[in-house]
Design a protein around this ligand. Structure first.
Ligand SMILES: Cc1ncc(COP(=O)(O)O)c(C=O)c1O
Length: 462
């Protein structure tokens, strides 16, 4: 690292050693070597493009080195610090036969602080799907009410939507999303605006979509919804650990996410944000909302959620559900601390930068039409990238060939990615592009290796 970088970033060798564990060979092994969250505020690490630094970060993970793992969008991999904490807490709980009838206030406080919100607005869930169900089924929706969503939603959101439809007669309307790099953020806003009616009671969308990796413009869509007095629910499965978003400033009402994908917390953990403030980013009243799974909701009639205000601790009500897992929640907190120490903006810059590099390489080799993700409008890009890897573009409609491509890339090139199945406007057949995740344990040469391998394999499969 250049001296100038050290000065401008305030790099502290002492803190870097704390993050990685003191001394060579101790990298990532020392849970206790991590600085406390309080220290983290002063812990500044090298620039996003410092290869040596990111190599050390990579060593914090136990991922099988024989495989280049690029499917974080399905599941991440906890760093050693997280594994150690989960293990230690699990053992302590077993030793002391300790129950946890708790609202996990400390954990929620730490996660809330990392995302610019308050503790009563955060719930540690089982995963994104859990958060989506809790959000959707907690709203007061009736027959004929409309939810405006997209045709690129995940089953974790589509399933509770189907239940609302089947049980309560809620009407699900879907905006058909374009694919590729033709559109700007404003185009998505226009699509949603055209779908709003007087019966629209919720706008729900994924950002990014898991099918293409396009980041829908959350803030812009939240503003549109606010103008019409409509609450918003974001399926933000991929956001924590990938994007350094301040949830409050996004101005949405609900954001359901995974803590086990990009945030690399323990499996079976998620983060649900529920707006519990009226503020500049969203001055609308809090929508009526019920904590549908709870043993912490007051049973004495003391709260009236039909008229919500911030005194009602919605996060606590939803978090308190019988005996919880201290170990998993401690793992989520530790994962958050590791990210805070490295720097969430640095991580975002590094991994979205790798995604940009990948998108450029795809355009160079396969041509711009191969991209299923957006590229030119930075508001729509992230660390997920979808593309058609085939020499004959029509092969993207052959789902078996796409599955074979993914399997052969793993078997023959030791690179793990996935494919998706995307509805495309104007085409009866779904498309099956592949999807690549670039994360903090990757470097530019990993991306180049993936591009080379995909190119060679596509030639061999032509
Ligand atoms: C956009 C989106 N939503 C929801 C999910 C479900 O995630 P989870 O396993 O955290 O419930 C996924 C998983 O890939 C996803 O990509």
């Amino acid at each position: 690292m250049e001296m100038q970088d050290m000065q401008t970033s305030g790099f502290s060798r002492r803190n870097a050693l704390k993050l990685f564990g003191a001394g060579a060979g101790a990298v990532g092994l020392s849970t206790l070597g991590l600085a406390s969250p309080a220290d983290a505020a002063t812990t500044v690490v090298p620039a996003a493009n410092d290869a040596a630094f990111w190599r050390k970060v990579e060593q914090m993970f136990v991922l099988d080195k024989k495989i280049l793992y690029m499917n974080v969008g399905t599941v991440g991999s906890p760093p050693r610090q997280v594994l150690d904490v989960v293990d230690a807490v699990h053992r302590q709980v077993a030793r002391d036969a300790e129950a946890a009838y708790s609202d996990f206030a400390d954990v929620r406080q730490a996660i809330a602080a990392a995302h610019g919100v308050d503790k009563d607005e955060i719930v540690i869930t089982h995963n994104t799907s859990d958060g989506m169900s809790k959000a959707l089924l907690g709203l007061n929706l009736r027959e004929g009410d409309e939810i405006l969503t997209t045709n690129h939603e995940h089953g974790g959101g589509n399933t509770p939507l189907a239940m609302l439809h089947d049980r309560q007669g809620v009407v699900i309307k879907r905006v058909e999303l374009p694919i590729g790099d033709q559109q700007k953020a404003e185009d998505y806003v226009a699509l949603f605006r055209a779908g709003i009616t007087t019966r629209t009671k919720l706008i729900m969308f994924s950002a990014p979509t898991y099918l293409t990796g396009t980041m829908l413009p959350i803030r812009e869509l939240a503003v549109l919804a606010q103008e019409h007095g409509i609450p918003t629910l974001v399926d933000g499965a991929h956001i924590p650990g990938m994007m350094n978003y301040n949830f409050r400033e996004l101005g949405v009402d609900f954001l359901a996410a995974s803590a086990a994908k990009w945030q690399c917390g323990p499996g079976g953990t998620g983060i649900l944000y529920i707006r519990n403030r009226v503020n500049a980013a969203n001055p609308n009243p809090l929508p009526e909302f019920w904590p549908i799974v709870s043993s912490g909701y007051p049973t004495d009639g003391s709260v009236d959620l039909r008229n919500r205000d911030q005194s009602q601790d919605i996060g606590k009500y939803l978090q308190s559900v019988g005996n919880g897992s201290k170990a998993l929640n401690a793992g989520v907190q530790k994962a958050g601390e590791v990210w805070d120490q490295i720097g969430r903006q640095r991580i975002q810059d590094h991994i979205v930068g790798l995604g940009d590099h990948l998108k450029e390489q795809i355009v160079e080799r396969w041509g711009a039409s191969a991209l299923y993700s957006a590229k030119s409008d930075a508001r729509l890009t992230c660390a997920l990238t979808g593309f058609n890897p085939f020499q004959n573009p029509a092969d993207v409609k052959n789902s078996q060939k796409s599955a074979d491509f993914v399997a052969r890339l793993l078997d023959e090139y030791r690179i793990e990615i996935r494919n998706t199945s995307v509805p495309v406007i104007g085409d009866a057949a779904k498309h099956s592009p592949v999807r690549v995740s670039t994360h903090l344990f990757h470097q530019k040469d990993d991306v180049d290796r993936l591009v080379d391998a995909a190119w060679k394999l596509s030639k061999r499969m032509a």
